[in-house]
Design a protein. Sequence first.
Length: 444
Amino acid sequence: MDNSGMYVGLDIGTTSIKVIVAENVKGQMNVIGVGNERSNGVSRGVIVDIDKAAEAIQRAVRQAEEKASIEIHDVIVGIPANLLKIEPCSGMIAIDDQSREITGRDVRSVSAAALIQSLPPEREVVDILADEFVVDGFDGIKDPRGMVGVRLELHGTIFTGPKTIMHNTRKAVEQAGLNLRGTVINPMAQGMMVMNDGEQDFGTILIDLGGGQATAAVIHDHQLKYIDVDQEGGQFITKDISVVLNTSLDSAEKLKRDYGYADSTQASDEDEFPVDVVGQSQPTPISEKYLAEIIEARLDQIFKRLRGNLDKVQALELPGGIVLTGGVAALPGITDLATDEFNTNVRVYVPDQMGLRHPSFTLALALVKYFGGLSEIDLLIKSALTGSTQLADETDEIRQREQDAENQQQQSAAPQSTQGKQAKPKKKKNRSEGIRKFFSDFFD
């Protein structure tokens, strides 16, 4: 099977590493393979041991390859929001020939100009998004290619993060024998998938309750506006259960998944289950309510810290409320607990694809959907991060060939007007697919 139209999302999480292989068929992403392996070398969403992380990535990729019956070479990797900063940016270039149309190379050049920032040595630009282009003072332009002007400006947003996170991610992916097709900031991809158009427009909070940390992101005007990361997640709940009940971590994790409730008021005080206690030969019976109280105590702490920071930016006043996702969001009763704590409407997002109906798969699926939905102009802007002009040259060449073909068709149709109009030359159906595949070479 040719995987030129394939998109592979890689979610490097604290407790698990997930790989999703999706095929783009007429703009629809169809999942054809999934890999899910226990993580290693990752702490609180950040790779801390490159060798161990690379081995875990390889195992997850092999599992996805077997299910999808393809060989995976290129992956789209999610970048955690730890210490992420969001800043406005702008760039401006002069067009050397007043009669020349603006090209893809000009778009890449003005994007590169917007990237010129005075950053501390330990930080780097992770991503750039354009809000608008301005041609000779005319603003609100989304794609300036084909226009004529003497001055091209870009106004947008850049996202900067620690170099350590980016380097360790690239190195682990490379060591796993894979090419980095692209990187996407985790909450940006998730927000675009789990929220509808109205929620993204009027403002909604996304809370990703992962194994190593909890991330709150505010999406407003279809843009990522605010990030807050709490350094506690599902692993801390497991540790609490292990300590309080004197049981192993593996046993505590199983208890959390099989019998856990986020809201203790919904758990039964009469229903009991056996717990293997360290130092005892016989299991000890524990009630559902007692386990739920342990879980609720930790979640209550996480929610209170997140609420304090969200209140500072008036995020809870946004009409969209809160969308919960991530593995911890699968706990029964978590919607009611979050509603009581944040005092706003709360819902849990669960992917509807067969075999992925668990909130822990949200990020991996969001990566392929987000990257697959990028337009040519989006990819051109992102190409400025690599410093390469190759993609711009390729798109310009394609546009020029199409323009030449159209001109030739018009010329040949003129003397034959009595014989009817000739059919337009067919454009390549997979033009955008080829460009995205070509874009993956930037990170090699």
